[in-house]
Design a protein around this ligand. Structure first.
Ligand code: HAM
Length: 525
């Protein structure tokens, strides 16, 4: 039960604690093992990137980028704020002259503060200017000096001050303070950026990479939906146009879920055609036209999406829209010959691998980069947020980010949901007990206890050595609270005759053993 303290984890974030973290580790270890057998290597991209990496790949109009992304500003917060004030408010001067003089002094103060901050950043090389930023900044600095001059006249030249302010407002807005960064909402975009940056197209193709780590989306928190959540993902970049690649990726995913013991998994697949080709464009146009006809029966979100992204209407969970959506044209009937052949081959390849799937023509996914194969896996015990994994093909994404034409496909598992589902089906981790609790009394026994603890731990046993002396009764009580299997009792007698007492806590039985015999006995269990 959480208790009230001054500080709490931010809404939508949480602490992962023992014993749950043991299950997280087990799941991640299983991913490392399974993915390695399929020839994947691990990549660890940074958690933030230039925000354009995400906007360009996922799509600037998607919810993930438009509503849910966390931005960071790679600049001193005060400078960034000052620049916004200068950019937006600097020429709003009141008319009465006394007020105006005060406002001018106030703005001049802000301008000087901004200059001071920028100078400090430049001197520590926290920001560096290119030629055009240098020119803007020079204009800005000259402007401050000129304002001071215009103000010193009698009477002050207010028309000139106003003119200078306008120049400086423009110049300040062009002073480059650093990149706008985005906290990653997913990692596919980062992996593609890294593929290009490290010239991975020179490696044997395709390149198979996987990752685990936190992602960030400003969503409304609920069961299975967090603002910091964790993904285990994999991407295949480069290589031929072969449906076997799609099928093997999905086979690996299902093998992984199987090894984790995930229950009630259901794999849905679909093909959404080729974005650059006529099949998708033609279908989207048709869908938009059909949606227009029923527009007034749709909810506000779907109405908006008719314009922005009609495919997303198919995702709607609104009860009253379901009957309407069922009657809409289906993409499978509008795929071009190549996309249709590709989809058929993917299904055939899945069957060759014994992977059971269900087709879902409404599976379009919420990120813009997908084409052809899309898939999702649901699992039991998750309520409404039951998608435990999503993925698909994204040929063209690497090119969109400035790389060579490259095929791509991948998936990301929501690790929080995977863990939740495992726990709901009784596969959670039990609190970790101890193998041996060392109940020691007396100075001499303490030295022996330290040595014994070290040797037992070296041999791989979980050992608890109390840091202060306890009465035997108290020590045994602690031992059973910590779920210890044995208590090793070390008092003066034991140390003197070299015969240590080992108590089995489950039945209370005791035996006397030498140090070596004790180690051998524990190892034999
Ligand atoms: P996605 O469908 O946005 O795809 O996310 C994948 C999975 O991450 C979801 O199925 C879900 O399990 C989990 N997830 C998403 N948002 C949250 C959240 N707020 N809280 C908890 N879990 C969440 C992608 O991210 C793509 N990058 C997948 C991909 C890789 N496609 C190709 N390669």
């Amino acid at each position: 039960m959480a208790s009230k303290s001054k500080f709490q984890a931010i809404r939508g974030t949480r602490d992962l604690l023992p014993p749950d973290t043991a299950l997280w580790n087990r799941v991640e270890q299983t991913a490392h093992e399974v993915f390695t057998t399929y020839g994947y290597g691990e990549i660890r991209p940074p958690v933030f990137e230039e925000s354009d990496v995400f906007a360009r790949s996922i799509g600037a109009e998607t919810d993930v980028v438009n509503k849910e992304m966390y931005f960071l500003f790679d600049a001193r917060a005060d400078l960034f704020g000052l620049r916004e004030v200068l950019r937006n408010y600097i020429v709003v001067l009141p008319d009465d002259s006394s007020g105006r003089a005060g406002t001018v002094r106030f703005f001049l103060e802000l301008l000087r503060k901004f200059q001071e901050g920028v100078e400090a950043e430049l001197s520590t090389r926290m920001i560096e200017f290119d030629e055009s930023a240098r020119r803007s900044y020079q204009l800005f600095k000259d402007g401050i000096a000129a304002v001071a001059l215009a103000l010193s006249g009698n009477p002050p030249d207010s028309a000139e001050v106003l003119r200078l302010f306008r120049v400086m407002k423009l110049a300040a807005s062009q002073v480059h303070l650093g990149e706008t960064l985005g906290l990653r909402p997913e990692a596919t975009a980062s992996v593609c950026r890294a593929y290009i940056e490290h010239n991975m197209q020179q490696l044997p193709q395709p390149v198979k990479l996987y990752y685990t780590g936190p992602m960030f989306r400003r969503e409304r928190p609920q069961k299975g939906r967090y603002r910091q959540f964790y993904q285990i993902g994999a991407e295949i970049l480069g290589g031929p146009d072969a449906p076997a690649i799609d099928a093997e990726l999905i086979e690996m995913l299902m093998t992984f879920f199987d090894k984790c013991g995930l229950q009630g998994t259901e794999l849905s697949i679909n093909s959404i055609g080729h974005a650059a080709d006529n099949c998708r464009r033609g279908y989207v146009a048709l869908l938009r036209a059909e949606l227009e006809k029923v527009k007034d029966k749709l909810g506000a979100d779907s109405q908006r999406r008719i314009e922005t992204n009609p495919l997303r209407v198919l995702d709607s969970k609104l009860e009253h829209e379901q009957a309407i959506i069922e009657k809409l044209p289906r993409i499978a009937d509008h795929l071009c010959d190549e996309c249709r052949a590709h989809y058929a081959a993917v299904k055939h390849e899945l069957e060759l691998r014994g992977v059971i799937y269900r087709e879902n023509w409404r599976l379009v996914r919420g990120l813009d980069y997908y084409m052809r194969t899309t898939f999702e896996i649901t699992a039991q015990g998750l309520g409404s947020q039951n998608a435990v994994c999503g993925g698909g093909r994204y040929d063209g994404l690497v090119e969109l980010l400035g790389g060579p034409p490259t095929k791509g496909i991948g998936f990301a598992i929501g690790e929080d949901r995977l863990i939740l589902s495992l726990q709901e089906s009784g596969k959670g981790a039990a609190p970790q007990g101890r193998d041996v609790y060392i109940a020691w009394m007396g100075e001499r026994a303490y030295a022996t206890a330290i040595r014994a603890a070290k040797n037992l731990r070296n041999a791989g046993f979980r050992v608890e050595l109390p840091p202060t002396e306890l009465k035997f009764g108290k020590a045994l009580e602690r031992a059973s609270k910590l779920n210890s299997r044995f208590a090793l009792i070390l008092g003066d007698n034991e140390v003197a005759d070299g015969q240590w007492t080992l108590k089995t806590l489950a039945d209370g039985s005791q035996q006397k053993l030498t140090e070596q015999a004790l180690l051998d006995y524990l190892k034999s269990l």
